[in-house]
Design a protein around this ligand. Structure first.
Ligand code: NDP
Length: 487
């Protein structure tokens, strides 16, 4: 598929396509489950198809794990916890984690191409963000494995046991790394359920884990739909549930886990405010706004989906933002020039279209740059709504797509009140040249992560997580280790 340029018509030069080759990836026609160190078919023999969302081309048939498979995976993880992995000293666990980290780096191009094929995200994001960060998470946690006794958890911190981990489709390999690395570093064993639309990089990770020589059953990967996730959450042999995904499913999981004694962390949705003051460096702020909402097609829980801009500079910011958006290139995710890739699935595209239609119906003004969309696949152009009021659905609900809602404010107090007027509390951004104002805002914004003069920066050493409807618990840093240890 050719890349489609959104540059202004009449511009006198054009990018030539620079497609990354997909030759480096071998996609098998069928994939089984990874249980007890082996690839096995689902007990029921059922499977589902995973698609390339940029072309709707079927990529592979993947096993659909049912209750018997969940049972087998949890039993394998329990054996590994009791007999092998759970008995290893931290310095031995670290060696395996370092091996996984290095193998991800060695096979980075393969992982990046596979991620872009299965997810639809631009290769420059999978290559420069997802895969390097996934490796970084294993490196970082390898470093902790033999130092847990000195990390403030008491002299002999104990792992919880078997962790059941359910992850979404927006950062498939990276979310697998966020879940597996801290659990393994602290001595737990894992059963991981990737999202139905993006199972392939987790299954490639299973290959890496096998080559790294982890004892069978230490990591089990069971593919399937929401019913597989629900089966894992409800399984009596699991000690801890770690979930990233929608607030709606997070609430169901919290209800299912209540009273069982299982430990739980939930990383859910968001509707973050990206707040731009009149003293902010406007060009940098515009880059931050673009990165905040159009990175990964806006399929980001911490996306800066509400722009709060000080009224005196709103016109200038909006003008420059529109000029910048006209230079974004939407199209083939494997083209190294592409900025905006495909929407991950038909249901997600339907959800975005539905909320955008609601935005127009409620009276906000919709704008997109000239942006022809490819004929096949799931696509949505970068979209900006101005004239948005706080009661509009596009200002309240997580759209999880490339759609920005612009609101204005006059005073810092008003900015804080509007930023906090959301049921969520995951992240926020502040753009100002005054350090004192950054601290003043950070004290008042109710969000787990606050970026100052930047946006969407991630580091394994920095804890990530939210409040209220964005969930609870932290991933990354020392706080992330605590989520996998007995208090
Ligand atoms: P879900 O929350 O449904 O999916 C997240 C993961 O949970 C997937 O692996 C999913 O499986 C699994 N799952 C689904 N139902 C259950 C259940 N009852 N018990 C246990 N696990 C379950 O998100 P969706 O993919 O359906 O996306 C819907 C909306 O959620 C998006 O439009 C977006 O707004 C939001 N979202 C937010 C994310 C975030 O990080 N904040 C991430 C993903 C989505 P399966 O994939 O097979 O359905």
């Amino acid at each position: 598929m050719a890349s489609v340029s959104t540059t202004t018509p009449g511009a006198d030069w054009e990018y030539a396509p620079a497609p990354e080759s997909r030759e480096i990836v071998t996609i098998r026609p069928e994939y089984g489950l990874f249980i007890d160190g082996e690839i096995v078919p689902a007990a029921s023999g059922e499977s589902f198809t995973t698609l390339n969302p940029a072309s709707e081309e079927p990529l592979a048939s993947v096993a659909q794990a049912g209750p018997a498979d969940v049972d087998r995976a949890v039993a394998a993880a329990r054996r590994a916890f009791d007999q092998t992995w759970g008995q290893l000293p931290g310095r031995e666990r670290a060696k395996y984690l370092y091996r996984i980290a290095r193998a991800i780096q060695e096979r980075a191009r393969e992982f990046a191409v596979l991620e872009s094929l299965d997810n639809g995200k631009p290769i420059k994001e999978s290559r420069d963000v997802d895969i390097p960060l996934a490796a970084a998470h294993f490196f970082y946690h390898a470093g902790w494995a033999d130092k847990l006794g000195y990390a403030g958890f008491g002299p002999g911190p104990r792992p919880l046991g078997v962790a059941g981990q359910v992850i979404p489709w927006n950062f498939p390999l990276l979310m697998a790394a966020w879940k597996l690395a801290p659990a393994l570093a602290t001595g737990n064993t894992c059963v991981l359920k990737p999202a139905e639309t993006t199972p392939l990089t987790a299954l490639l990770l299973a290959e890496v884990i096998t080559e790294a020589g982890l004892p069978p059953g230490t990591v089990n990967i069971i593919t399937g739909d929401g019913s597989t996730g629900a089966g894992l959450v409800g399984h009596g042999g699991v000690d801890k549930i770690a979930f990233t995904g929608s607030t709606e499913v997070g609430k169901e999981i919290q209800a299912a886990v209540a009273g069982t004694g299982k430990r739980l962390t939930l990383e859910l949705g968001g509707k973050a405010a990206n707040v731009v003051f009149d003293d902010a460096p406007i060009d940098q702020a515009v880059e931050g706004i673009v990165n905040g909402i159009f990175f990964n097609q806006g399929h980001v829980c911490c996306a800066g989906s509400r722009l709060l801009v000080q009224e005196s500079v709103a016109g200038a910011v909006l003008d420059r933002l529109k000029r910048r958006l006209a230079t974004l290139r939407l199209g083939d995710p494997l083209d190294k020039n592409t900025d905006i890739g495909a929407i991950n699935s038909r249901p997600q595209l339907d959800k975005i279209e539905g909320l955008v239609a609601a935005g127009e119906a409620e009276g906000a003004q919709r704008w997109s740059p000239p942006c022809p969309l490819p004929a096949r696949g799931y696509w949505f152009p970068p979209t900006v709504f101005s004239g948005v009021s706080q009661s509009h659905r596009i200002a309240r609900e997580e759209i999880f797509g490339p759609v920005l809602s612009v609101l204005t404010f006059r005073t810092p107090e008003e900015a804080v009140a509007k930023a906090n007027n959301t049921p969520y509390g995951l992240s926020a951004g502040v753009w100002t040249e005054k350090g004192s104002r950054i601290l003043w805002m950070a004290q008042r914004l109710r969000a787990g992560v606050i970026w100052a003069n930047t946006y969407n920066r991630f580091d394994p050493a920095s804890p990530f997580g939210g409040y209220t409807e964005s969930g609870f618990g932290r991933e990354g840093g020392r706080a992330g280790l605590a989520a996998y240890l007995h208090a």
